[in-house]
Write a protein that binds this ligand. Structure first.
Ligand SMILES: Cc1cc2nc3c(=O)[nH]c(=O)nc-3n(C[C@H](O)[C@H](O)[C@H](O)COP(=O)(O)O)c2cc1C
Length: 279
């Protein structure tokens, strides 16, 4: 399935230059004209029915039974979370599975002793990191899944990523990038951020929230349930897990087997027209 991508090797300097210019015109740096490219066909089969069953049967469960989640299931669900899409594949998420009884008791307290936390078999703190991109950029290079990382991806992860995500002390670099971008943006479409540490938090939380949803859907697919919890004392959670300054607690996910009376009320859903605009 995975093939080495052939690099165009132009004989002349002009050829090299033309090649570089053509690649720089694509935002992802991909050589769309290369003859031999990676090819991953869409899997055959119709997954719509089981997919919709999983999505529609996921509810926020506030009361779990005492049944434990087998470790293999927990790991499979966490692995599904890690397959979520992320900005530039920089995977800014962390999942802290809090299992030590002392820590768990403190975490329940930090979650305001909500029933969903008190009864959960597992409590997983979903964290977004704004400073992990350096490490993950290096991983993208060292663990590239083809025999050779294409030159433009190597350049992207070693130069493009630091350029984009390093904002400098007091956002100094971000401010310069913002000023330059504002001028450039008068003439062509340009990415409008991230240009500050605050932007980086939004950047990291976006991808991490997608991973959290994968996690909750995976629990459902494995016959377990979950409850996302924002109703917690973030400061206490940070202290408990000794999280570094660049960490943002996105939510705590309680998980376990749904108790018979674990869902408190029928789903409250609204017509599509309230939220979807065809333009
Ligand atoms: C970011 C986020 C934070 C939430 N925080 C809590 C919470 O602290 N406690 C709780 O019981 N439910 C919490 N919920 C669950 C919502 O109340 C629930 O998703 C919503 O009412 C829809 O119900 P459903 O999940 O069963 O479809 C949260 C959901 C999200 C997405």
């Amino acid at each position: 399935m995975i093939e080495a991508q052939t690099e165009t090797s132009p004989a002349s300097f002009m050829g090299d230059l033309k090649d570089a210019l053509r690649r720089s015109k694509t935002v992802d740096g991909y050589d769309y004209t290369a003859k031999k490219r990676y090819y991953e066909p869409a899997p055959a089969g119709d997954f719509a029915e089981p997919f919709h069953q999983v999505v529609a049967s996921r509810r926020s469960v506030r009361k779990f039974t005492s049944k434990p989640i087998p470790r293999a299931v927990l790991d499979a669900c966490l692995d599904a979370a890690l397959l979520a899409p992320s900005s530039c594949n920089l995977q800014p998420w962390e999942f802290h599975v809090v299992q030590s009884p002392q820590k768990k008791a403190k975490l329940v307290e930090a979650c305001m002793s909500q029933n969903a936390a008190t009864t959960a078999a597992e409590l997983i703190v979903v964290v977004a990191r704004t400073n992990n991109w350096r490490k993950v950029a290096r991983l993208n290079i060292s663990q590239w899944p083809q025999p050779r990382i294409p030159k433009h991806w190597q350049a992207f992860y070693s130069k493009g990523v630091p350029f984009t995500y390093w904002q400098g002390p007091f956002d100094a670099a971000g401010k310069v990038k913002k000023a330059v971008t504002s001028v450039l943006g008068l003439f062509q479409p340009v990415p409008r951020g991230p240009f500050s540490h605050q932007d980086m938090r939004i950047w990291a939380v976006k991808s991490t929230a997608l991973a959290a949803e994968n996690l909750m859907l995976a629990f459902r697919a494995h016959g377990f349930d979950s409850c996302p919890m924002e109703g917690m004392d973030e400061r206490r959670v940070r202290k408990l897990l000794k999280l570094p300054a660049d960490a943002e607690v996105v939510m705590v996910v309680g998980a376990g087997e749904r108790a018979e009376d674990g869902v408190y009320f029928p789903r409250v859903a609204f017509e599509r027209e309230h939220f979807v605009r065809y333009q």
